[in-house]
Design a protein around this ligand. Structure first.
Ligand code: ATP
Length: 234
């Protein structure tokens, strides 16, 4: 069953203005539950725009988007924020952590929006996420004292603390050296093996080559790369 089923989506910026930009054009995209896929494309081709639509943080003007069998366009704002909170985790290139806070305080942030957690269960759930990322020993360190790779692990722990079914990662290794990038990709592969569906936007062919499918966005449309293996050894 698809986790993501996008059909004929059109997205514009500045619709009907002289500077209108038709960024996604009758775009189709399917991601099966449990897959790990990459999206590549030149700068400005619309990768982040697509990821924001998939993450229900931005809208689209026509077409349909079913996330885990739910039609996103039928939802009101409250239902959309529920979906964002419970089903989707987001990881960004620059981590977007609260620098002055500790790792565990950062990981806690999404749980404040969830009434199901007591103070004690929050701490336990956050520690589980930190253990999963192998950084439980850093729980009480301020994030501005951590390396880039450690900060990205904190950001991933925060993204998965709610146990989302779908993880969206926008250039998750873009600020890291190649050895640290590989560590982060290994973390994402582990999460995928545990059942999480993952979509990664990346410029890095080595990263893309480790995904099960690679899509290229070009002139507002996505096309699957025929041979993922050739990306790593062009
Ligand atoms: N909120 C917005 N309002 C207007 N235009 C936007 C908005 N967000 C993005 N754009 C424009 O849409 C185009 C695609 O942007 P997007 O960030 O989706 O591309 P990208 O492929 O992720 O690029 P990059 O690889 O450089 O991050 C760009 O021309 C950008 O300027």
């Amino acid at each position: 069953m698809p986790m993501i089923s996008v059909q004929d989506i059109n997205k514009f910026y500045h619709k009907d203005k002289p500077n209108q930009l038709h960024i996604l054009k009758q775009l189709n995209f399917t991601v099966e539950t449990g897959e790990m896929v990459a999206i590549m494309g030149t700068s400005g081709s619309g990768k982040s725009s697509l990821l924001n639509v998939l993450g229900c943080v931005d809208d689209f003007q026509s077409g349909s988007y079913y996330l885990d069998n739910t039609s996103i366009s039928t939802l009101n704002d409250k239902q959309l924020s529920e979906i964002r909170c419970r089903k989707i985790g987001f990881v960004l290139q620059d981590f977007v952590l609260i620098d002055e806070e500790t790792a565990i305080e950062n990981v806690k942030t999404p749980l404040f929006f969830d009434r199901n957690y007591s103070f004690r269960s929050m701490k336990k759930t956050c520690m589980e996420a930190l253990v999963a990322l192998n950084i439980d020993d850093l729980a009480s360190k301020k994030v501005n004292q951590l390396s880039g790779g450690q900060q990205q692990r904190v950001a991933i722990a925060r993204a998965i603390v709610n146990k989302p079914q779908l993880l969206l990662a926008d250039e998750p290794t873009g600020s890291l050296d190649s050895a640290t990038s590989q560590e982060i990709i290994n973390v994402l592969k582990d999460l995928n093996q545990q059942g999480m569906t993952i979509v990664i936007v990346t410029h890095d062919q080595q990263v893309a080559a480790q995904c099960q499918k690679v899509f290229q966005i070009n002139d507002g449309q996505l096309h699957e790369h025929a041979s993922v293996a050739t990306l790593a050894n062009p």
